[in-house]
Ligand binder design. Structure first.
Ligand code: ZN
Length: 149
């Protein structure tokens, strides 16, 4: 795990240890389960939609600090967003973690997501950082189980 020392920036550590929006969501309208067998990350993501917008999103599960921190930050950011807006955010986030901060023109618009920029140096961690996003998109698309494999 020493290769990750550069990744453990303050936000990731903090969210990994004390994830926000962690726990079951009563009155969830959408739900999906996500697994990243490569690392052992597993989470269940629940969302409640109000019209076509995400009113609330929460998650339960266990995994490495990056997977939990990503789910923690994401569930906060997607509130008030439509599925299309979530998709658009994911595209930018995915570019950030696969190609690095230099590939994202408007880094400031990503807010806290920008801390995941260091992930691109560690390709095996991209799936950890992306798991929550894949799972949320699966939930909004009708649910089921998704896997990074
Ligand atoms: Zn992981």
């Amino acid at each position: 795990m020493s290769e990750l020392s550069d990744l453990y920036q303050e936000v990731i550590l903090d969210h990994g240890k004390r994830p926000r929006n962690f726990g079951k969501l009563e009155s969830a309208t959408h739900r999906a389960e996500g697994r990243n067998p490569l690392c052992g990350d597993h989470l269940v993501l629940e969302a409640r939609l109000d019209g076509d917008r995400v009113a609330e999103a929460r998650f339960v599960g266990d995994g490495c600090a990056i997977s939990k921190a990503s789910a923690s930050v994401m569930t906060g950011l997607v509130k008030g967003k439509t599925a299309a807006e979530v998709d658009a955010m994911f595209q930018v986030f995915h570019r950030l973690v696969t190609e690095g901060p230099g590939a994202v023109p408007d880094l400031e618009a990503l807010g806290k997501l920008a801390v995941f920029g260091g992930v691109h140096e560690f390709p095996t961690r991209v799936k950890c950082a992306s798991l929550a996003w894949h799972t949320l998109r699966a939930a909004l698309a009708g649910g089921g189980t998704t896997s990074t494999e």
